[in-house]
Design a binder for this molecule. Structure first.
Ligand code: FAD
Length: 429
């Protein structure tokens, strides 16, 4: 029987005396992991292919919510992370735009000639003067907040380097080299960076949607990417824009439904995102992730429709990036099955900025102390896919052997005994 998912790392990694770790990828997840690992006294090298926060973590909205993930296994991680964001804003000692915000859901209908609402329409900030059909408060300062995601990620890397001696190396991780562990299994021994072997006791794969380029991950479960677009605006009168984030149910003049989001930032900028595309291949080079022609224009029209203050704004960025998606929608945080010292932290989809602090802190605890006290990591254990693949492979092999019999009986629903409900397998023949 394959091992059940567990919150414990295999003995023999950092909590057994190892002192060095290579963190692959300097997005928010890698940066937070590097910060908390180095704070625990580990000698950390962050290896980043292009630049700190060059991908999703620099192009995200940076919206934070205490309880919006409560209906999923991510709920406790998000709650712990929301709290940690507040602590980090003090601890890191840099202004990266952390603040609490009010949050509204708006229904907006685009029209040929925009009828501007009287300033100060009930329930709406004065700068939201577009054709709003319905509005509801969906978050207030106790439960919603924001950071500037690029500045936040950079602040984590800066603090890891200047306070705790972490090193940042710009280079591409090409492979993870394994050797035989004293236990007889496999353990991480080196990370291959631009053709050079870097010796290490532990490694963390935190390369966002590129994590699946490492065979140890792709053999376990595919990591895919969902492309999303965003623009950044510099309005002429930023002082008129309040700290209110907007989630829109937006209908274009041609009847297309969109769900864009509008986030004013303390820097005076306004960030607008939306327009996603599934099933695209991810370029090797993060710098080559470019917006689709026309997508930024859709977002500019959204902004101009919602607010006359945004209609004349200067556009300072038109960008796209890939959200890292796991197979079951739940991030992978923990040890790679069967490889001592090798960990993965990815698949945070649309909540990677919110969940970076608790992911990094809990993973550092798991790696160094052998267990996370901050949050129960069992729902995120990558071993859930190993259990699934082993159980399924043996059942599938059995089913194939008795193919004729199965076809005769038609439809089967088979639950494997002894596995937790999330690992039940339903086989239809
Ligand atoms: C439009 C949009 C809006 C979003 N808004 C929010 C939001 O408001 N709140 C929120 O919580 N989340 C938001 N997200 C989600 C969030 O951006 C992601 O979940 C998060 O940034 C993922 O971080 P990451 O570190 O896993 O990956 P990434 O940010 O993709 O970082 C991976 C890093 O790995 C590097 N890398 C890749 N290959 C290699 C290699 N071979 N060697 C070394 N390095 C490598 C890349 O260069 C990159 O820097 C948003 C995402 C999008 C697309």
């Amino acid at each position: 029987m394959a091992a059940a998912p567990s919150n414990d790392a295999t003995p023999g990694t950092l909590h057994a005396g190892g002192k060095t770790a290579v963190v692959c990828g300097a997005g928010a997840i890698g940066a937070a992991t590097a910060y908390f690992l180095s704070k625990k006294g580990i000698d950390v090298t962050v290896v980043e292919k292009s630049g700190v926060a060059c991908a999703s973590s620099g192009k995200a909205g940076g919206f934070l919510a205490l309880d919006w993930c409560d209906s999923s296994p991510v709920g406790p991680l998000a709650r712990a992370s929301f709290k940690l964001h507040e602590q980090l804003a003090q601890e890191l000692g840099q202004d990266y735009g952390y603040r609490r915000v009010d949050t509204l859901s708006l229904t907006v209908q685009e029209s040929a000639a925009i009828k501007r609402a009287t300033k100060g329409a009930p329930g709406l900030p004065a700068w939201v003067d577009g054709p709003v059909k319905g509005a509801a408060a969906i978050g207030g300062k106790p439960t919603t907040g924001q950071v500037h995601p690029k500045l936040f990620t950079q602040a984590l890397v800066d603090a890891a380097r200047t306070r705790y001696g972490a090193k940042l190396r710009i280079g591409a991780v090409e492979a993870i080299e394994l050797s035989e562990a004293p236990s007889g299994g496999r353990k991480v021994s080196h990370v291959l960076v631009d053709g050079e072997l870097v010796e290490t006791d532990a490694a963390v794969i935190a390369m966002g949607p590129w994590s699946g380029r490492m065979s140890v991950i792709s053999e376990l479960s595919p990591i895919t990417g969902l492309k999303a677009h965003s623009i950044v605006l510099k309005p002429p009168h930023p002082e008129k824009i309040s700290a209110t984030c907007l989630f829109l149910n937006y209908r274009t003049r041609s009847g297309q439904s969109l769900e864009p989001e509008v986030y004013p930032r303390p820097t005076g900028e306004v960030y607008v995102c939306g327009v996603s595309e599934e099933g695209l291949s991810i370029p090797d080079d993060p710098e080559q992730v470019l917006p689709r022609k026309g997508a930024p224009d859709i977002l500019k029209t959204v902004a101009a429709t919602v607010s006359s203050e945004l209609a004349d704004a200067e556009v300072t960025a038109e960008q796209a990036c890939f959200l890292p998606m796991s197979e079951d929608g739940v991030p992978l945080i923990g040890q790679v099955p069967g490889v001592e010292g090798l960990y993965v932290a990815t698949g945070h989809s649309c909540w990677g900025i919110l969940n970076a602090p608790a992911t990094g802190a809990a993973l550092a605890e798991l790696m160094v102390d052998g267990k996370s006290s901050l949050v129960d990591l069992r729902p995120f254990d990558p071993r859930r896919f190993a259990v699934r693949s082993k159980a399924f492979s043996s059942f599938y092999a059995h089913a194939m052997k008795h193919r004729a019999h199965l076809f005769l009986l038609g439809k089967y629903e088979v639950l494997l005994p002894g596995l937790e409900p999330q690992f039940d397998i339903i086989l239809t023949v």
